[in-house]
Structure formats: C-alpha cells, structure tokens
Ligand binder design. Structure first.
Ligand SMILES: Nc1ncnc2c1ncn2[C@@H]1O[C@H](COP(=O)(O)OP(=O)(O)OP(=O)(O)O)[C@@H](O)[C@H]1O
Length: 580
C-alpha cells in the first residue's frame, strides 16, 4: 500500500493535473443558494411578481380542494380591502394615498382569487387579468419613493461589511435600519474596542463610501451601550428651509425656551432659569436670530425683567426696547447697567441670607433679572470695567435669579476674561464657526473631537446646543423671527412687563424709594413727560425723576423717550439723563 502511494506521488509529479476549484457542495445547491440570495436581495422589487405567483398557486389549490368556498373568499377579500383602506392594516400605513393603493390591490387580488376559486385559475381571461394586474399595480409600487429608499438601504446594509472595512471600521455591524421621511437611520454595533469617537472621526469617509452629499451623515452615541451608536443618513436636509417662529411658548422663566427644531423634528427646549447662556458663532451665523427667539419668549414671561446691552448703537436690541426695562448702547451705560446688576444681586443675596432662603424664586412681584448682551467681545474691548461686573454676575447671579445671556462672534480667552465667565455659562449655543478650534472655545474642550462639528453648519440659524438634557451633538435650526414678529411681540407684551421688586430697585437707586408714589401727571402722562423734559436742567433728568414726574412705569418712559428722540423732541444729554 505504501509502495502504491509512493508510485502515485511520483506519477503525479511527472503528470501535473490542471488546478480545479471544486465546490464542497454540489453545483445545484450552490446555484440554488445564489438564486436564493438574488431573490432575497431583490425581494422588494419582486414583490408584485411574487404576489401574482402566490395568488395563482392559491387559486389552483382552492379551486381543486374547495371550489364552493368562493363566497367566503369574496367576503374575506372585501373585509381585507376595507381594513387596509381604512386602517392601513396590516402594514401600518398612515398616508392616505398609500392606503388607497393597499385597498385597491387587496380588492383586485381578492376578486381574482374569488373567480379563480370558482372557475379555476386557467379559465380565460383569468391568466391575462392576473398578468395585467401585476404589471398595472406593480408600476406604482416600483416607482414608490419609500420602497425605493428601503431597497437602497437594504443594499447598503448588505454591503456594510465591505464599506466598513474600506473606512477603517471593520468588524462593525448594522443591527437594524429604518427608512424615514428624510433618509434612513441604522443602529450599529461596533467591534469590541471601537468607540463612537472612531465612527465620528470617519464621518467624511463614510459619506464618501455611501455616496451621499457631504454633511449627510450624523452619528449619535447609544446612551445605554458604549459600543453602539445610531447613524443617520439624511437624503434631504430637513433644515434646508427657514422655520417660522410659532410665537412665544414660555410664560414664566421656569418654562424651557423653545429655540427651534432638531433634525428629527423634535423641539429644542432649553431651560434658562438660574442659568447663564452663551451664544457663539461667526458673523451672519444667526446669533441675533437666536437672541430674538429667546427675547420673544422672555418678553412673554411675567416674572422676568429684561435689560439689554448693545454696543452696535442699539441696532440689534432697540426693536425690543418696549420690553426692555433698560437698554445700554454706550460703554459707560453698559458699565453702569452691569454695576447696577451687581447691586441688585448683592441686595438679593443679602436679603436671602437674612431670611435664610437659599434661592430667589422668580414671581411677577419678585422677577428674575436677565441681562442680554449682544456682542460680548465688543463690550470686553470697549468697557473693560464692565467685564469685572459681568464676571461677578456670572459667578454669583444664579441663586438670586440674575442671569446673563451673551452673544459673541468668538469667545476668546481675552474676551471671556480668561475663561472665567465662559465656565459659568451652562447653556451654550454654537452656530456656524469659521475655524474648527472655535467649537472648543464656544462649547468646551474636546467637543470638536466628540462630533460637535459646528464648522460644517451651512446656513444661518443652524446650531448645536449644549445644556441640561442636551449632551449629544444634534443639529438644530433656530426659528426665524422676522422683524414683523419682533415688532408685534414687543408691542403686545410691553404693557405686561413687570417692574423690578422694591428691594432691587432700591439697591439701584441707592436709597429706599416708595414704589407707586402718587404721581403729579397721572391725568396726562404724555404731557407731564413733555413738561418735565422741557423744564429739565441742562444736565437732564434721570429715569427715576421722569417716573416721579409722570407716574408711569420705567418701560413706558423708555418707550416714549425713544419715540420722542426719533422725532427730535427728546435727547439723551448724558448717560441715563434726558431733556427736551
Ligand atoms: N433661524 C434662521 N433661519 C433662517 N435664516 C436666518 C435665521 N437666523 C438668521 N437668519 C438670517 O441670517 C442672516 C444673519 O443673521 P443674524 O443677523 O442673526 O446673524 P449674526 O450672527 O447676528 O450676524 P452678525 O455677527 O453680523 O451680528 C439674516 O439675514 C437672517 O435673516
């Protein structure tokens, strides 16, 4: 036996055989498996044909076993068509035109099966009707957008192992995928040792591998598992168009502010009570737009007094003047305003410690004070003294409900007082930035690497938000507040603005002052104001003096002063001092 083996090996060496790949399974099985794979892969496209074949077989079986059952088949068909049309059952269809299609298809299939049960599927013209119906009802099916999207997604999932290897995420798996209105999303399981940061770092490679437009892929961590994430692929940008502001939703500072919508159409709700907020973004990124959304909501809150600082001559905040108890437009006014804010917080802190209450609960008669600063970096340049006060408010203001809301193009270390101010700002809104490193400046160190890619935001008003309950890099778009919205909202809520509580007002005025003191001009406050301005000394009258002269509230005085200044009947002779 051993001799035969040696001889055979020698013979084999002298007569080499051509190399043949012989499959382990028989050819038929390999062929059937390949066919099965193709049929499975194209199951969605083949669905109308499959349905036609199933109907023909069912018709054949029923005709031979129960030809008299056709009335029952007809009743079932009518019932199924009604349920599909009215409830979208069993496919869970919501859209009306899809339900009509489902009802029609069920009715045609049921009608044909009834006839085939009674007469036999081969009876003329039943075969022709079946073929024509498959083609006629198949056309809308094949053309249907969602089905086509589903097919595309199926293919991507099928090809994912190769794509993953190409982008350096080999070993990751797509566990499930759902097609939605905007594209699709897949739940992914990563190879042990891979993390979401690895996926985020490869987003541009994934976009290239999937053949999407740049910026179409989003990756979100699964909060329950470090090795899993959700990948969203947006075929169309849900934020392509501006989203109109629906009007104020908040009535109290305790209500979260609705800033806009995320890409999955959920509302961005951000709590502002006892929080300072920073809005950062390059020029024309929509900072003032976000400020307007916040101001539009705060204007409707009966427990907030609003102060504004706008060193662009009041260009951005002046339209809100009727709702702002104070508006500072020069460095001196801004410094004074912030110094007054510190006086308010000192007084409140003192009262809290005296009364043993830990926090100031805003109410219409004890309102919160929110200071809105447009372009904080400019304030830091033009009024360095103001920064000290702002930092004091940032550090100590939260408990006594004195909050800052600052917008800035670039919160550099210098502008943000070495970062001390920024670190106190627990709500960060990051709009488009020019340089990638600005993301870490506005949000925090490491946020760029964690997927907060604000440099890729491609339209004004698009933003990322980092706040309580928002710690995932989800893109959102702010509501667009038009100039008309601002005018209407400011006019609507101007009369409902609360005054500062006596304690805070007294701290500003530097002396206790009776609120609501009898007025000399109650009958005609407009005339009283004009008289007071006309007889004012050269250095003008202060706002508290004008309040005393007219008996009107601070907001009314500011509003009227702005209007009179516009027509040249009043002018500001010095900071906060007016005359005719
Ligand atoms: N949410 C939004 N949706 C659509 N368009 C917006 C949105 N926000 C702002 N815009 C548009 O973008 C442009 C710039 O907006 P905005 O003035 O708010 O930017 P900005 O960052 O404050 O600019 P700057 O730095 O010059 O003050 C405006 O024409 C505005 O209409």
């Amino acid at each position: 036996m051993r001799a035969y083996g040696r001889r055979h090996r020698r013979w084999s060496r002298r007569n080499p055989q051509p190399l043949l790949f012989v499959p382990e399974e028989p050819l038929l099985i390999v062929g059937l498996a390949a066919l099965g794979r193709v049929l499975f892969r194209y199951r969605s496209e083949l669905a109308p044909i499959t349905a036609g074949v199933v109907l023909a077989v069912a018709g054949f079986a029923l005709h031979h076993s129960h030809p008299g059952a056709w009335p029952a088949v007809a009743i079932l068909a009518v019932a199924a068509a009604l349920v599909a049309g009215l409830r979208g059952f069993p496919w869970g269809i919501a859209r009306a035109e899809e339900r009509v299609f489902a009802a029609m298809t069920t009715a045609v299939a049921g009608g044909w099966l009834t006839a085939a049960t009674a007469l036999g599927p081969g009876q003329t013209p039943l075969p022709t009707i079946l073929v024509v119906s498959v083609v006629a009802l198949g056309v809308p099916w094949w053309a249907h957008r969602r089905r086509r999207a589903r097919v595309r997604v199926d293919r991507v999932i099928h090809a994912w192992p190769d794509l993953a290897e190409a982008v350096g995420l080999d070993g990751s798996r797509v566990m499930s995928a759902v097609v939605n209105t905007w594209g699709w999303r897949a739940r992914m399981k990563l190879r042990p040792g891979q993390s979401v940061t690895d996926v985020v770092a490869r987003v541009p490679d994934i976009e290239s591998a999937l053949g999407t437009r740049p910026g179409a892929v989003r990756v979100e961590q699964d909060p329950a598992h470090a090795g899993r994430c959700t990948m969203r692929v947006l075929a169309v940008d849900p934020h392509a168009g501006a989203i109109p502001w629906p009007g104020p939703a908040a009535r109290s500072l305790a209500d979260p502010i609705e800033l806009g919508v995320f890409e999955d159409a959920t509302t961005v709700r951000v709590p502002l009570l006892r929080r300072h907020a920073l809005i950062g973004g390059t020029t024309d990124s929509g900072k003032s737009g976000v400020l307007n959304v916040v101001l539009g909501n705060l204007a409707a809150c009966s427990d907030v007094v609003l102060w504004g600082i706008d060193l662009k001559g009041g260009m951005e905040l002046r339209p809100w003047a009727p709702c702002l108890a104070r508006l500072a437009t020069t460095p001196d006014e801004a410094t004074q305003l912030l110094a007054d804010a510190v006086a308010v917080l000192d007084a409140r802190a003192h009262a809290s410690s005296r009364d043993n209450t830990r926090v100031w609960e805003p109410a219409p008669d004890a309102p919160a004070l929110v200071i809105v600063i447009d372009e904080y970096a400019e304030l830091a340049d033009a009024a360095p003294a103001a920064v000290t006060y702002a930092e004091s408010v940032a550090r100590r203001g939260r408990a006594v409900a004195v909050d800052l809301l600052a917008a800035t193009q670039r919160p550099t270390q210098k502008a943000m007082g070495g970062g001390a101010l920024r670190s106190q700002m627990s709500v960060r809104v990051c709009l488009r930035v020019r340089e990638r490193r600005d993301v870490d400046l506005i949000l925090d160190k490491g946020m760029l690497a964690a997927g907060w890619h604000a440099h890729t935001l491609d339209a004004p008003g698009k933003f990322y938000v980092l706040a309580d309950g928002h710690n995932q890099p989800r893109r959102a778009r702010a509501y667009l507040v038009t100039d008309d919205h601002v005018r209407e909202t400011a006019a609507r809520y101007a009369d409902q603005r609360p005054d500062l509580d006596p304690l805070s007002q007294a701290a500003i005025d530097g002396q206790p002052r009776a609120i609501g003191s009898p007025s000399i001009g109650a009958d005609d406050p407009e005339q009283a104001l004009l008289t007071a301005l006309g007889s004012a000394p050269d250095d003008g009258l202060t706002i508290p003096e004008l309040i005393d002269a007219t008996g009107m509230r601070r907001t009314w005085i500011y509003d009227r002063l702005q209007a009179l200044a516009a027509v040249g009947r009043a002018r500001q002779v010095a900071r906060g001092r007016w005359r005719a």
